[in-house]
Design a protein around this ligand. Structure first.
Ligand SMILES: [Cu+2]
Length: 165
């Protein structure tokens, strides 16, 4: 039994030491409230992190709202650029494809100006498994250094665990 426990602990330790690979998330804008008026999207967004690869889902009754991706200036003034076609499916999915600031509004009636139906987020670069400096500049030494460091940590952890079994 002891060896089973140790194996379990070993797996746990390995899992902890493995690099964190963030899976792309699907984020329902406004959570259960969906995309609507009189909802504070800035407060909603404040507690969240958005990464490249994540998907924003704007959910609302068809015909009641829409979604426009705008720039910062248009966001401030709730202006709908003529060249931007609104999304209108009631279940609009936007994949965050680049890092940076993103602005979205509803341009139905005065939903943006009066209803506050506007969302501003900052998209962070994608988390990657190896998250190293640029590949071209990252010699294998660097990767090996990380691996051996992790291996040392693993050995240390196993040693500590072994003491307690
Ligand atoms: Cu609206």
């Amino acid at each position: 039994m002891a060896s089973n426990q140790m194996l379990g602990m070993l797996v746990l330790v390995v899992a902890i030491l493995l690099p964190v690979r963030a899976l792309a998330k699907e984020i329902l804008v406004g959570d259960d409230s969906g995309w609507t008026i009189n909802f504070d999207y800035q407060t909603w967004a404040a507690g969240k992190e958005f990464y490249v690869g994540d998907k924003l889902i704007f959910q609302y009754p068809i015909g009641v709202h829409n979604v426009l991706k705008v720039n910062g200036a248009d966001f401030q003034t709730c202006t709908s650029p003529v060249e931007v076609m609104p999304l209108t499916t009631g279940m609009d999915v936007i994949t965050l494809s680049a890092p940076g600031k993103k602005w979205y509004i509803c341009d139905v009636g005065t939903h943006c100006e009066v209803g506050g139906q506007k969302l501003f987020i900052t998209v962070l670069p994608e988390l990657s498994a190896s998250a190293p400096a640029p590949q071209a500049l990252a010699p294998t030494n660097s990767a090996n250094g990380i691996v051996s460091f992790r291996f040392q940590m693993l050995l240390a952890a196993v040693a500590v665990i072994a003491l307690f079994i």
